[in-house]
Design a protein around this ligand. Structure first.
Ligand SMILES: [Zn+2]
Length: 163
């Protein structure tokens, strides 16, 4: 027969075990709840549609690419024209054009020595105009400049005859 002290200890032990079991069960339930929340977050709040929109904004999220789009807004332009109009290096412009192309916003076309780029999704300009208005700008973007040093056939038709 157990002494009173031992009975109390045995009772305490059972109590501790049941508390521990309860805590472990509750912990499991909380973890499952959190996992379900995360799953719900992925499956219902973020859709492929949001992912596609984010990709579009990523392509637009660069000052140089916005400047390029402003030039292309006035019509097709060759890389050399963009180089002369914006003052960036050709490699840098080509790199930014590639991003716009991969985002489905621009397309290129080779003609002789020149590679021309044009915007294939003109609705992008509505987004840019909206962003400009949201940031308080009143005027449109840069107008197409007749860059004095531009060797492109559009700025210097004489070059076309040479080429
Ligand atoms: Zn030009």
């Amino acid at each position: 027969m157990l002494a009173d002290k031992d009975r109390i200890r045995a009772g305490d032990k059972r109590h501790l075990e049941s508390v521990t079991e309860f805590i472990l069960t509750a912990r499991g339930a909380v973890l499952r709840f959190i996992q379900n929340l995360e799953y719900a977050d992925r499956s219902t709040m973020t859709t492929d549609h949001h992912e596609a929109q984010a990709q579009l904004f990523k392509a637009l999220m660069h000052p140089a690419r916005l400047a390029i789009l402003d030039v292309l807004r006035e019509g097709e332009a060759c890389v050399c024209h963009l180089e002369a109009a914006l003052g960036y290096r050709q490699a840098y412009i080509s790199q930014q054009l590639m991003v716009l192309k991969e985002a489905g916003l621009a397309q290129d076309r080779r003609e002789g020595w020149n590679i021309y780029y044009r915007v294939t999704e003109p609705r992008v300009f509505a987004i840019l105009d909206m962003a400009r208005r949201m940031r308080g700008a009143t005027s449109k973007g840069n107008r197409r400049k007749q860059a004095a040093k531009c060797p492109c056939p559009k700025c210097n038709p004489a070059y076309e005859n040479v080429a």
